[in-house]
Ligand binder design. Structure first.
Ligand code: VG1
Ligand code: CO
Length: 544
C-alpha cells in the first residue's frame, strides 16, 4: 500500500453548517469534492498520524462509496486504527458512544440527518471530536479555512473492503475493525434504564406501542433493543429496514413527514405510545394516542422526572436548551434550583458545558433531547426514557404531560418553517426586521408589548468563545417570544424558521390548541416581516 498524492483545486463552499457539511449528492460526486473535505479535516486536526477514528453513516445513498474513500484516505494519512460500522451503519448517538467508550480521537458520521436521500437527495459528512461530540465552531471554521487552500490529498489504490461482516484486518499499517454498530449502544441504554420494568410494559398485552424508524438508521437498533432485548412484538416496529432513499420519504420525525406513524397514532384505537426517529437517529418524536408531545415540553418533562430513572437517580446537575427552544425547561430548573443555560441552535454548543460537568440534560425544540451519557442528541434514549416513565407512572402520555403543565405552567409553542425560499428574499426579510429593532423596542400591539429586540449572541462560559448572529428575538413583557432565524442545514434555497412561545400559568387555560393560543403572535410576526407577501407563500411548509 503506497500513499499517493492526488492534486486537486480548492472548493469555496465547504463551510460546515449547523451540523456538518450538507450538499446535494451530485455535489459530493464531483471529482475530489469529498476527498478535499476529508483532507481538510485531517489537516485541521494537525494530521491523523497514529490516531484512532470511527466511521459510519445512516445508510443513505453514497454512504458506501464515501466510506471506502475515507478508509483509503485514512490509511494513506497514517491513521493507526479505523473502526467501521458493519454495512457502513452507525447512528449519530452510537458514533458518540463508540468514540467515548473506546477512547478514539474522533470519527466521521456520513449523514444529512433529516434531509431526504437518494441520487437526487442530500448527502452529508460531519466530524465528531474525541469527546464524542460535534466538532466545535473553532474546529469547523479551521476545516473551512483549510478547504480554501486544499490543493491535494493522500489516498491509496487499495481495493474496496468488504463491510458486510464483523472482521479485523489490515490495510498497510492501518488496523481496520468492522464492528457491530448496535451492541455497545444497546448496552449503554441497558445501564441507564430499567430494562426489566420496560420489558414488562412492552410485553403486557394491554399496552401497545409503535416505533417508526422511517427506513433510516435506527431500524437495526430498534430491532435489537425493543424486540430482542425487551420482548416487544415485532409488529410494533414500522419501516425498520434502512433504505438508501428512505423509501422515498423525508426522514424527519415531525407531524408532516412521519405520516405512517401519525396515521396509526391519530386513528381510533390508537396505540398508547408512539415514537419515530430521523435519518441518523439523533432526533425523536413522541406521541400518545391522539396526542402530540412538543419537543420543548418533552425535554422539560424529562428533566423534571430524571431522578426517577436508574441512570440519574442521584439527581441532575444542570440543564440547557437552544435559544429557540421554549422556556418550559427553565421553569423546571428553577424548581429544582439548578443552572439552566441558553445556547445557540446546534448540539455543538452543549459540548463544553457537558464536558465541564455543568449539565445533565439538554435539548432543542427540533426533536432533539439527550443527556451527559453521550455528546449527541439521542433519539432512542428519549424513547426509552418515555417508556421507562410510563412504566413507573402507569399513566398515559397525555396524563403525564397534563400533570407537568399543572405543576410548572404551560409554554404554548410552535415552529413554522418556510422551506426553499429564494435565498435573497429570505436574507432581506431577516435584515429588514433587524433594521427595525430600535423602532420596535417598547412598541405595543394590543396587549403585546416588545421589551427587547436583538440578535442572539452567546459567550461560551467555558472557553470564552463568542458566537454572534444566532437568531433574531422579539421578547415581550408577558414573557412571550417571537424568534426568526435562517436554517443552517438546508441544501436548496433558504429555510426561514419562525418560533412562537407564550407562557400560560392559569391552570384552567392550559388545554387550548397551540396554534389557537399563539394566533396573536403568529399574526404579528407575519405583519412585521411581511413574510407571506415577500415569499409568495400563503402558509408555512411545516408547522410543528
Ligand atoms: C436544525 C435544527 C437544530 C438541529 C440541527 C441538526 O438546524 O433547527 O436544532 O441541531 O438541525 O439536527 P437548522 O440550522 O436547520 O435550524 V440533525 O438531526 O440534522 O443532526
Ligand atoms: Co439528525
Amino acid at each position: 500500500m503506497e500513499p499517493k498524492n492526488i492534486t486537486s483545486k480548492p472548493f469555496t463552499d465547504q463551510r460546515p453548517g449547523t451540523s456538518g457539511l450538507r450538499k446535494k449528492v451530485a455535489v459530493f460526486q464531483e471529482p475530489h469534492y469529498l476527498e478535499n473535505f476529508v483532507q481538510s479535516t485531517f489537516n485541521a486536526l494537525d494530521g491523523v498520524q497514529g490516531k484512532k477514528i470511527a466511521v459510519g453513516g445512516d445508510g443513505r445513498f453514497y454512504n458506501l462509496n464515501a466510506l471506502q474513500t475515507i478508509i483509503r484516505m485514512a490509511a494513506a494519512n497514517g491513521v493507526k486504527k479505523i473502526l467501521i460500522g458493519q454495512n457502513g451503519i452507525l447512528s449519530t448517538p452510537a458514533a458518540s458512544c463508540i468514540i467515548r467508550k473506546y477512547k478514539l480521537d474522533g470519527g466521521f458520521i456520513l449523514s444529512a440527518s433529516h434531509n431526504p436521500g437518494g441520487p437526487q437527495g442530500d448527502f452529508g459528512i460531519k466530524f465528531n471530536s474525541a469527546n464524542g461530540g460535534p466538532a466545535p465552531e473553532k474546529l469547523t471554521e479551521k476545516i473551512f479555512q483549510e478547504s480554501l487552500t486544499c490543493e491535494g490529498y493522500l489516498t491509496t489504490d487499495s481495493p474496496d473492503i468488504d463491510l458486510s461482516q464483523p472482521a479485523t484486518l489490515e490495510l498497510g499499517p492501518m488496523q481496520v475493525e468492522i464492528f457491530d454498530p448496535v451492541k455497545d449502544y444497546a448496552d449503554l441504554m441497558a445501564e441507564i434504564f430499567d430494562f426489566d420494568l420496560i420489558a414488562k410494559l412492552l410485553q403486557n398485552p394491554k399496552f401497545n406501542f409503535c416505533f417508526d424508524a422511517m427506513h433510516a438508521v435506527t431500524g437495526p437498533y430498534a430491532q435489537e433493543i425493543f424486540v430482542k432485548r425487551l420482548g416487544a412484538p415485532a409488529k410494533s416496529l414500522l419501516n425498520c429496514t434502512p433504505k438508501p432513499d428512505f423509501g422515498g420519504g423525508h426522514p424527519d420525525p415531525n407531524l408532516k413527514y412521519a405520516e405512517d406513524l401519525v396515521k396509526v397514532m391519530f386513528a381510533d384505537n390508537a396505540p398508547i405510545f408512539g415514537a419515530a426517529s430521523d435519518g441518523d437517529g439523533d432526533r425523536n418524536m413522541v406521541l400518545g394516542g391522539n396526542f402530540f408531545v412538543n419537543p420543548s415540553d418533552s425535554v422539560a418533562l424529562i428533566a423534571a422526572n430524571a431522578h426517577l430513572i436508574k441512570g440519574y437517580k442521584n439527581g441532575i446537575k444542570g440543564v440547557a436548551r437552544s435559544m429557540p427552544t421554549s422556556c418550559a425547561l427553565d421553569a423546571v430548573a428553577q424548581a429544582l434550583n439548578i443552572e439552566c443555560f441558553e445556547t445557540p441552535t446546534g448540539w455543538k454548543f452543549f459540548g463544553n458545558l457537558l464536558d465541564a460537568g455543568r449539565l445533565s440534560i439538554c435539548g432543542e425544540e427540533s426533536f432533539g433531547t439527550s443527556s451527559d451519557h453521550l455528546r449527541e442528541k439521542d433519539g432512542l434514549w428519549a424513547v426509552l426514557f418515555w417508556l421507562n416513565l410510563i412504566a413507573l407512572k402507569k399513566m398515559s402520555v397525555k396524563e403525564i404531560v397534563n400533570e407537568h403543565w399543572q405543576r410548572f405552567g404551560r409554554n404554548y409553542y410552535s415552529r413554522h418553517d418556510y422551506e426553499e425560499v429564494d435565498s435573497k428574499i429570505a436574507k432581506q426579510i431577516v435584515n429588514r426586521l433587524r433594521e427595525r429593532f430600535t423602532e420596535l423596542k417598547g412598541c405595543k400591539f394590543g396587549p403585546l408589548e416588545i421589551t427587547q429586540a436583538d440578535d442572539f449572541s452567546y459567550l461560551d462560559p467555558i472557553d470564552g468563545e463568542l458566537s454572534e448572529n444566532q437568531g433574531l428575538r422579539l421578547l415581550f413583557k408577558d414573557k412571550s417570544r417571537i424568534i426568526l432565524r435562517l436554517s443552517g442545514t438546508g441544501t436548496s434555497g433558504a429555510t426561514l424558521r419562525l418560533y412562537f412561545e407564550k407562557v400560560e400559568e392559569e391552570k384552567a387555560k392550559m388545554n387550548l390548541d397551540a396554534q389557537v393560543a399563539l394566533t396573536p403572535l403568529i399574526t404579528l410576526a407575519e405583519d412585521l416581516t411581511n413574510l407571506k407577501k415577500l415569499t409568495g407563500r400563503s402558509e408555512p411548509t411545516v408547522i410543528t
